[in-house]
Design a protein around this ligand. Sequence first.
Ligand code: ASP
Ligand code: MG
Length: 327
Amino acid sequence: MKKLQIPIWDRLYRPDRFLRDPKVKAIIKVQDTILEATRKFLHSKGFIELLVPVIAPVTDPGIRQAQFFEMQFYNQRARLVSSAILYKIASMIAFEKIYTIAINIRKEPINLENFDRTLSEFRQIDIEVKEASRKQIQRLSEDLIIHIIKSVKRENEEELKILGRDLRTPHKPFREYTFREAVEFAETFGYCIGPDGELSRDAEIALSKVHYDPFWILDYPKEVRGFYYKEKEDGTLLDMDLIFPEGFGEGASGGERELEPVKVVQRMRITGVEPSEYEWFLKVLESGITKCSGIGFGVERLTRWICGLESIVEAIPFPKLPGYLGV
Ligand code: ASP
Ligand code: MG
């Protein structure tokens, strides 16, 4: 493994130094505005905040190349939660609109290439709405992003100056591409689809670099995403990723949920997940939830884009980089 550069090392292990840095303080203040603006916006739309666990018997398997952290919970095997998705869907039994700012823990591969935007522990602004379509969640997300950016511009003028960040308010609706269109667009830059059927990281960044506003990629192939997204007749999913502009790349994923227990079990089998492990979740679905959609925004990725930061390490006070525990 290559040694990290000294400043990043300091940023991970020496809070006695980095907490004195005006740039670090400015970023944390902007992040505070992002969180406060998110809560205000969502409460004004009738959402309630739901607390979700960090230790669980099972967790979201749809995390692509990452793995879980396992732990012993007394005499039981447990996992650190990689996503709030199962709890968001379950909460639809009782509520119409929920959000949570959840801790997600993922054993991401140690890959220096990804250190600019991948943490092992990150926060996600997770939203779920009963009876909502994918489109409604897209429009809500656009309004949320615009509200956050306007709040930062209004409240953090000084911090943005320290960071040298000229932040632009995006226009809505954000541009949309289907996954196929995005692949074709990336091919014009010389990229081809990866062996895992995904747009490669470099292809996604190349697309991101030619946009000044965030944009959507819709309809991913079902093989590459979690079992909880609804499948359409053509075999693609009713899901979406939000890609941040200027080369910052993926910032959120979401979609309309598959809630039919028989179909969920089929999709679990296709994606190599053992349905019996998800018994509690299948019981929730059997009890009858008809329709819901949602999305999850990475808080640190949002902070990285808004502050214009090179590395995700700078976008959280006490970072946990894959392979580097920090403090
Ligand atoms: N599956 C997404 C994630 O946790 C969130 C969502 O679909 O709402 O990455
Ligand atoms: Mg995602």
